[in-house]
Design a protein around this ligand. Structure first.
Ligand code: MAN
Length: 558
């Protein structure tokens, strides 16, 4: 069977039953019948100055300069627009520029679809069933050729395939609808994540301010402690424990000593009374030197006692010292034990709270100033960070880290929203998915909106063939493939993947991914059109027409 010429003459013309009518000369297509109505004369279609007798129509002799008098023979095939270019000796025009207004020999193909056959195929002894399933182009049976009418079978098969194609188109369009829905949901999810990240970051920012202040306060307060708070059972708690015990022992001892003092004071008093009485009642006329010396010593003692300054410590003071420690007296040990310990606090326990805070502030500032000016030892870095400062700092850092990671997640999501995912975001539904095929010594992989990869089957590692940059559209004009796995004709989306691995002595690899409609994602074939420039042909429902678009373009074709 002859190969179909590039310009297929399948007309989008309704079945040519009229052309088959007896009154119409053989080979006239429906839209040209009007030129052949007059049965006495025939006027050449594009050269109306030439009029012939109607008997010259289809007389196998090319009489019209435009060949329109031979719609049903190959006599004017040399004027066929499909004929190879040639100087035509003896041609009435003498040029190849004349074109036959008739597109070819009309084959009515009843039961299938009428079509034009190039004039040069008429009576050439070959059945051209692809164009002329009714075999009418071989009416002269040249060389005994008999072309039976196969239109019933061919028409049936054609309709079956058409039906199949239509159903597949519908399924693909439905899949596409599903993808669009998924893409919409994915976009909404990204938007929701952005909104919630923004909210979380705002919350974290105010928490950060709080924690920053808290950290500064704690650090400031901790800097001023004489003894830094250590771990449980560390220096301060041991010191507090020992001090408390020691103070309690000293208080008990003071109590005992106080009792002993009172006893001794009683006895001194008794003795002084005895000696006073002795001094008053002794007889100075007895010249007893021993008695005289004793009285003199007593008088000196009494005089010295009179001159001696009384102790500053009153009994009331001593009683105050003997009171148990607590919030309102002595040392408030609980403050130290609870970790809320400040050396200055202990000293100012007796002050009312506002006054104590004021004094504490002043002392703090002074101490820091003194440390800064080297007047007192700077203990800030010596002991290391206290537990309270560490906890405050770590809490602050945790929030800062959280803000950093959430901000970069937010930026990532915002970038994603501005990315080109194609019309109606359709490729969002394919994000993160990959398809592959093998060809020669490689496996090839396409990861949607990400990258293309060439993988050596011999274990030589993977080669990046390009990273996704954008979506373009380009025109293609390719023969339909029988299995439908081809680009066909029309505008097609092309996904550009660029800046892949450098080619030895050449550019960076890149891939053009051409898309055509298919029911499922499939990488049909990969070719390397020039060194390190790859072409992938891919089927996907994303490239299908929508149901409405499909029916609109079908109408256009009619
Ligand atoms: C490898 C493959 C080929 C490519 C050459 C270029 O063999 O990536 O596709 O043409 O490198 O050197």
């Amino acid at each position: 069977m002859r190969k179909t010429p590039a310009l297929a003459l399948f007309g989008a013309i309704a079945q040519g039953s009229l052309a088959a009518a007896e009154s119409v000369p053989r080979g006239v297509g429906p839209e040209f019948i009007k030129y052949y109505k007059d049965k006495s004369t025939f006027t050449c279609i594009t050269t109306p100055s030439v009029t012939l007798s109607f008997s010259q129509v289809n007389d196998n002799s090319c009489d019209c300069p435009d060949g329109s008098d031979e719609p049903g023979t190959a006599a004017c095939a040399n004027l066929d627009s499909l004929s190879p270019e040639q100087p035509l000796p003896g041609s009435s025009t003498g040029t190849t520029n004349t074109t036959n207004p008739l597109p070819g020999f009309w084959c009515a193909n009843a039961g299938h679809i009428g079509a034009y056959v190039p004039f040069m195929y008429v009576n050439d002894g070959v059945c051209d069933y692809e164009l002329c399933c009714d075999g009418s182009d071989e009416f002269a049976h040249v060389g005994g050729v008999q072309c039976e009418n196969r239109c019933d079978a061919i028409g049936k098969e054609h309709r079956r395939l058409e039906q199949q194609r239509r159903e597949s188109k519908e399924r693909s369009a439905k899949k596409k609808q599903g993808m669009l829905k998924e893409a919409r949901q994915l976009r909404l999810r990204v938007e929701a994540r952005i909104a919630s990240l923004k909210k979380e970051i705002a919350g974290l920012e105010s928490k950060k301010l709080e924690l920053q202040k808290k950290y500064e306060d704690v650090e400031r307060s901790e800097r001023n402690k004489v003894v830094k708070t250590g771990e449980k059972g560390g220096k301060l708690s041991t010191l507090v424990e020992l001090s408390k015990k020691r103070v309690s022992e000293l208080r008990s001892a003071l109590d005992v000593v106080l009792d002993q003092r009172d006893d001794l004071l009683d006895r001194v008093e008794q003795l002084e009374e005895i000696l006073t009485k002795f001094k008053e009642e002794y007889n100075p006329n007895f010249n007893d030197e021993g008695v005289k010396a004793a009285v003199k010593s007593w008088e000196d003692y009494a005089a010295a006692q009179a001159d001696e300054k009384k102790s500053d410590l009153s009994d009331a003071d001593i009683m105050e010292l003997l009171k148990e420690d607590g919030e309102t007296s002595g040392i408030n040990w609980a403050e130290f034990e609870n970790g809320d310990d400040s050396d200055v606090d202990a000293g100012f326990n007796w002050l009312p709270t506002p006054a104590r805070d004021f004094v504490r502030g002043k002392v703090d500032s002074f101490r820091i100033w003194a440390m800064d000016h080297g007047i007192v030892a700077d203990t800030r870095g010596d002991v290391g960070e206290s537990r309270a400062v560490k906890a405050a700092r770590e809490a602050l850092e945790a929030v800062k880290n959280d803000i950093t990671s959430k901000t970069s997640a937010l930026e990532e999501e915002e970038r994603d929203l501005t990315k080109d995912y194609g019309k109606n975001d359709i490729f969002r539904a394919l994000k993160g998915k990959c398809i592959s095929t093998e060809a020669g010594e490689y496996d090839y992989e396409l990861c949607w909106i990400d990258r293309t990869t060439q993988k050596s089957k011999k274990g030589h590692g993977n080669t990046n063939m390009g990273n996704f940059v954008r979506i373009d559209t380009e025109m293609v004009d390719e023969e339909e493939r029988a299995d439908g796995k081809g680009l066909g004709k029309g505008m097609r989306m092309v996904l550009r993947y660029e800046n892949g691995q450098g080619c030895w002595n050449g550019p960076q690899r890149r891939t053009d991914v051409w898309l055509a409609c298919a029911e499922t994602e499939e990488l049909w074939r990969v070719t390397e059109s020039e060194k390190c420039v790859y072409k992938m042909e891919v089927g996907t429902p994303a490239a299908c027409e929508d149901i409405q678009e499909a029916s609109a373009s079908a109408k256009d074709e009619l």
